[in-house]
Ligand binder design. Structure first.
Ligand code: SAH
Length: 348
């Protein structure tokens, strides 16, 4: 049994050809999956019944079970998906006006070790397959009424997406493909801790997507403490790779900065940051820390947040403070998986 979403563009067409099926069958199956949200081959009523039986025998459409589903009053829905090996990841649907944004994971756990993040507390367990990355999008799409479409994707869930580029890229190509989810690449964001080699590779191979780089500190001394992988990399190399991605893509970069009370939230940090970012076509996304059980980090007071923001704005930096949507349902990456590891399974 193969995961259909793993072999949609390479594997399935060959499988169909071996059975003497016309080429348009692959397109029919895609339509059933992405536009009509079929959950079984049996539902694909314009396929010959013999073919449906063969598909049923050789492929599974959805590999994962929804182990936990949380909904909050603002329309945010968060899923914990459990794969066939028992490993769990999280993904989220956010409703904001007409936007239907989803946040997906790229790995089970994370190896980067950012000190304030729940996803990396136990290290990385494995990469997700391209099918598992794509399947999260289907589970979330199926949370919406028919007729509603996903508009934005951010790869900002568990894991470091650029450490799993070989599987991420094919999944995002499906997400953006017109005969799959058809989400414009401009509305697909890859968030990275800042791995220069992989950023350069992405710039060379496929610079259509929006890139967000998680900075969290304006200098190496502080960044080495908060983002341990920085010790081998350094801010200069991260920013240089971000610049070359921008040159290739022409898309405004986003930098992310989790604001940790008393740690990286001083006006002096904001000033240093403006020097680092000046001259770049970029947006700075500031995210007040979402506290993680067992970790000592908290969001700064409102007054400190305001001072931080005003320092940046006065220096002409485009800054945006991210709303804290989904707090009530542990929507900060990696938190729900931990709190749900003892909860029971609810439904497929
Ligand atoms: N590894 C990638 C993507 C996953 S993290 C990256 O580092 O960008 C996605 C975003 O969530 C990052 O900007 C990260 O810093 C942020 N994040 C992680 N833990 C958080 C917390 N406790 N509170 C607020 N934001 C958090």
């Amino acid at each position: 049994m193969r995961h259909l979403l793993d072999v949609l563009s390479d594997g399935l067409p060959e499988w169909l050809e071996e059975r003497g099926q016309p080429k348009y069958r692959a397109a029919q199956i895609r339509r059933w999956l992405f536009a009509r949200r079929a959950a079984s081959f049996d539902a694909m009523s314009d396929l010959p019944s013999g073919l449906r039986g063969d598909l049923e025998r050789d492929f599974r459409i959805l590999e994962g079970n929804i182990a936990t589903l949380r909904q909050s009053a603002d329309g945010t829905e968060k899923l914990v998906v459990e794969w066939s090996d028992g490993r769990r990841i999280e993904c989220v649907l956010l409703r904001d006006g007409p936007r239907r944004s989803i946040c997906v994971s790229s790995q089970v756990g994370c190896a980067m070790g950012c000190v304030f993040c729940a996803s990396g507390l136990d290290g990385v367990e494995r990469n997700l397959t391209r099918g598992e990355i794509l399947e999260q999008m289907l589970h979330l799409q199926r949370r919406m009424p028919e007729g509603e479409r996903l508009s934005h994707v951010v790869v900002m869930g568990m894991g470091e997406p650029l450490a799993n580029l070989d599987r991420l890229l094919p999944a995002l190509r499906e997400a953006s493909s017109k005969d799959a989810l058809g989400i414009s690449p401009r509305r697909i964001t890859i968030s990275t801790v800042g791995l220069p080699d992989a950023m350069e590779r992405l710039a060379r191979e496929d610079a259509r997507f929006h890139l967000a780089v998680s900075l969290h500190a304006p200098n190496d001394a502080l960044r080495n403490q908060l983002v341990p992988v920085n010790r081998k990399i350094g801010l200069d190399a991260v920013l240089a790779a971000a610049d070359s991605y921008f040159e290739r893509s022409g898309r405004r970069l986003t930098f992310e900065y989790v604001l940790l009370g008393g740690i990286n939230d001083d006006v002096s940090h904001a000033r240093e940051l403006t020097h680092r970012l000046r001259g770049r076509t970029a947006m700075l996304n500031v995210i007040p820390c979402n506290p993680v059980a067992g970790l000592p980090y908290v969001a700064p007071t409102a007054a400190r947040q305001r001072a931080f923001r005003e320092t940046l704005e006065r220096a002409g930096i485009n800054v945006q403070f991210r709303e804290r949507k989904g707090d009530a349902i542990d929507a900060a990456c990696g938190q729900l998986r931990r709190s749900s590891s003892t909860e029971s399974r609810v439904a497929r």
